[in-house]
Structure formats: structure tokens, C-alpha cells
Ligand binder design. Structure first.
Ligand code: NIG
Ligand code: FE
Length: 429
């Protein structure tokens, strides 16, 4: 396969056309073309439109001779690949017992305070070898790919010491080079205060700022810096100190904001010009207004709220206030052990009252915007990377309608077929 392809006869070609986040009402506009086609050359989209606008049938044999793969998308909806803009997928060990404890009534933050939670995964991840983490990561990426995900963000944050944080980031860089899914690295050294710094969050922040972050930035190991800005974890002051320094070192900013309580994470994201603020279960009306004005993407993670039995973030309200919303899984071993895009769409539409169109926008162009990549992925536009999915149904509505079941039939990454349900799943080239 050479990254040259013609997709033709799409019953719906959902372009999401655009090169920036869609805000408010714009989130309902999918840019649907009926009987659509996409021409792909060297992994990039070169033409998009109705069949007859993109190619002439008499030219098909020439395209074949030139090595083009011709894909007939009759009775299928065609969309940009999904962008999962918030995951913690490199970790060792599982926390199934903690999950059972939570089902029985234990509180997530209480478990964390007793040395479980994130610190439990930190202990296992520190012990794991690179090979073990690589193999776990690769399998998790395969599962994401089968759901139609073509780009993800991955965070460190299960090391909380120099060597393990760097190990996590390097593994993601390596997987980015070897696995079809593109991975955007985020440095989340400030995920929890490790045992060595217990009771001294300020000293840990100083260590991150003075020792670890300069190395991460110098070696180009991450594009974003994130912080768990939350009561009893890192205060808004500590978060601001860390993020301002990250910005000076050339990293872009993200925040875990107002997940368990409102402490002003959303407001801080707007003030610092973060690319996204994530979770936002308890974001204030002021935060929503300021994020909309500052162009901060509000990334909502309903699988986490569901798994923690917390109220969902006010997605409907945020869109109505003119925010750009992204949806992501938050895949991690604790608060949300799920990479399920179908369940995510079900929660967003059924429980949060997003329309199917808004949910799709949030998972494509706005997910790309949450990674500062809306200029290269997230829509089917000429010039963009050819990351495209075909559904097994003729209408995008099946994404929400077929509850909890993946309707993704084929995944094309940079113009190459990398997953095909009909050929038994992942295609290893
Ligand atoms: O996004 N809130 C902090 N981080 C993750 C949970 C990580 C974990 O429990 O291991 C989250 O919910
Ligand atoms: Fe998270």
C-alpha cells in the first residue's frame, strides 16, 4: 500500500470541513455530501466532493495502474477518523479491586488519600520494563483503532520520578513511530504528589519545574503540559506556577480542571490561554464564559463521570454558551478503564443531550483542535492527512443509534487501510 486511494459512492460523506474548532451552533454542521468521493495521494487528501466532481469513471483503470486502491463506499457513511484527545494509556497494573470498592461505595479521592488510586498505578509502572509497557500500550492502541480512533493524546503521570516519567514519554514516542495511530505526548508530571514528597506538594512542583520539565522540553519529549488541578491534589496557585513555566519552555497547556470540586481550574485555563481544559464537571458559569471567550476547548469525559457515578459536565449549556466542546475517553486504569467510543457517544447523546452531530464534531475536528491539530486532521478537506473511517451503515446516525456497539467497518490512516472488520480486524503491513 502506497497511500494512494479513491473512496467513491459514499452514501454520506461527512466532511466536518474546517481548519479550526467549531463553537456553539457551528457544532451542529457536519458538511454532508451525498454520493461523495475522496481522492487520496501519498497519504493526503487531494480532492473531496460528489463522485463526478472528484473523478471520471473512465479514469479508474488509469488510477489502478498508478497503484491506487479503489474503495467502494456504497451504503456506507464516511467520516474523519476519531481523535481521542485525553488518555492515560501507558501504565502497568490494574485496579479492579479498587473499582469493586468504589461500586460498594468507597470514594475515589478517599482511596487516593490512603495511598491507592494513582499512586497504586505509579508503583506498578515504576517496576515495569519498557518492553512490558510497550506491549501493553500497543494492544491498547489496537483496540482504540478498532473503534475508529486515528489520533490520540497520551499522558505521562504514572512515574512521578525522573526515570519513569521519561520512560513513559519515550515509549509513546516509539509507539507513535511504529503503530498506525498518531500519538501526541503530554507531560503530566503533576498528576499526584508521590510518596517521596508526601505532604510537600510545593517541593514536588519545584522539582518538576527545575529538574524534570527542562529535560522534557529540551529533548522534545512532549508537546503539552498538563496538571491535576484539584482540591487535595494541586492548587490553582501550584498549577499556575507549573503551567506558566511550561509555557515559557514552549509547551502548550492542558488542565484536569474542576473534576471533583470547583476550585477555579476552568478560569485558570482561560487566563493562561490553555489549549483545552478537561473534565469540568463542576465548572462555574464564569469559567464557561471565559473559556468560550478565550477559545479554550472544553474537553468533556463522560465515561469518567459515569464510572465515578458523578454528575455529567454541563455539555449542553457549554455549547449554548458558545464553547467549543471536545469529547474524549480519559482511558486510564482508575477513574475510567474504558476506551469505548460507542459508549462515549451514547452517554454524550442520551445523558448529556448533545445531538449526534455535536457528538461527532466533538470527536473529530474539535478533538483535533484540543490537540492544536485542526489544521492537519479532524476533517475531510483537501490538504489534510487522510485519516478516514467507513461505517457499516449508510448514515452517521447509526453511531448514536446502535447503542454501545462499534459500527466502524474500515479505518484508513494516511491513505492506507489499517483496520477492516471484514478482513478480521487490524491489518499489519
Ligand atoms: O483524568 N484525574 C486525574 N487523572 C485521571 C485518573 C487517573 C487514575 O485514576 O489513574 C482522570 O480521571
Ligand atoms: Fe485524565
Amino acid at each position: 500500500m502506497n497511500g494512494n486511494m479513491l473512496i467513491k459512492n459514499a452514501s454520506q460523506l461527512i466532511t466536518l470541513s474546517g481548519f479550526a474548532a467549531k463553537k456553539g451552533k457551528e457544532m451542529g454542521e457536519l458538511g454532508v455530501i451525498h454520493n461523495g468521493a475522496v481522492m487520496i495521494e501519498n497519504g493526503r487528501i487531494s480532492a473531496v466532493g460528489k463522485n463526478q466532481e472528484v473523478f471520471k469513471e473512465r479514469d479508474e483503470s488509469i488510477l489502478r495502474q498508478r497503484g491506487f486502491c479503489i474503495l467502494d463506499a456504497s451504503d456506507r457513511a464516511v467520516l474523519p477518523g476519531f481523535v481521542d484527545s485525553h488518555t492515560h494509556f501507558i501504565f502497568a497494573g490494574y485496579r479492579a479491586e479498587e473499582f469493586a470498592m468504589r461500586l460498594a461505595g468507597a470514594d475515589y479521592m478517599e482511596i487516593m488519600k490512603r495511598g491507592g488510586g494513582i499512586l497504586n498505578t505509579v508503583a506498578a509502572t515504576r517496576k515495569a520494563t519498557e518492553e512490558q509497557l510497550m506491549s501493553l500500550g500497543s494492544k491498547r492502541l489496537d483496540s482504540m483503532l478498532s473503534h475508529g480512533v486515528t489520533t490520540i493524546e497520551g499522558k505521562s503521570g504514572y512515574g512521578l520520578d525522573r526515570d519513569t516519567e521519561i520512560k513513559q514519554l519515550k515509549i509513546m514516542t516509539e509507539l507513535n513511530n511504529t503503530h498506525p495511530i498518531d500519538i501526541v505526548n503530554t507531560f503530566l508530571g503533576a498528576h499526584a504528589v508521590p510518596g517521596e514528597y508526601s505532604g510537600n506538594g510545593d517541593a514536588f512542583i519545584a522539582f518538576l519545574i527545575e529538574e524534570l520539565m527542562p529535560e522534557v522540553a529540551d529533548k522534545n519529549l512532549a508537546e503539552f503540559c498538563d496538571v491535576f488541578c484539584e482540591k487535595k491534589v494541586f492548587s490553582t496557585d501550584q498549577s499556575a506556577r507549573l503551567l506558566q513555566c511550561a509555557k515559557r519552555m514552549g509547551l502548550k497547556l492542558k488542565l484536569h480542571a474542576d473534576e471533583m470540586e470547583h476550585i477555579g481550574g476552568g478560569e485558570l485555563a482561560a487566563e493562561l490561554g490553555a489549549v483545552s481544559a478537561d473534565h469540568l464537571l463542576y465548572a462555574s458559569a464564569r469559567a464557561v464564559r471565559e473559556m468560550a471567550e478565550a477559545g479554550v476547548v472544553a474537553t468533556l469525559l463522560p465515561l469518567t463521570a459515569f464510572s465515578l457515578r458523578k454528575p455529567y459536565a454541563r455539555g449542553r449549556y457549554m455549547i449554548d454558551q458558545g464553547c467549543a466542546l471536545a469529547l474524549a475517553t480519559d482511558f486510564n486504569p482508575g477513574s475510567c478503564f474504558s476506551e469505548s467510543i460507542p459508549l462515549l457517544i451514547a452517554l454524550a447523546t442520551i445523558n448529556m443531550s448533545l445531538t449526534p452531530e455535536e457528538a461527532i464534531t466533538a470527536l473529530t475536528i474539535n478533538g483535533a483542535a484540543a490537540l492544536d491539530r485542526a489544521d492537519i486532521i479532524g476533517s475531510i478537506d483537501a490538504g489534510k492527512q487522510a485519516d478516514i473511517i467507513l461505517l457499516e451503515n449508510p448514515s452517521y446516525h447509526f453511531l448514536a443509534y446502535h447503542i454501545g456497539v462499534s459500527v466502524v467497518e474500515k479505518v484508513i490512516k494516511k491513505g492506507k487501510l489499517v483496520f477492516d472488520k471484514k478482513q478480521g480486524g487490524i491489518i499489519h503491513c
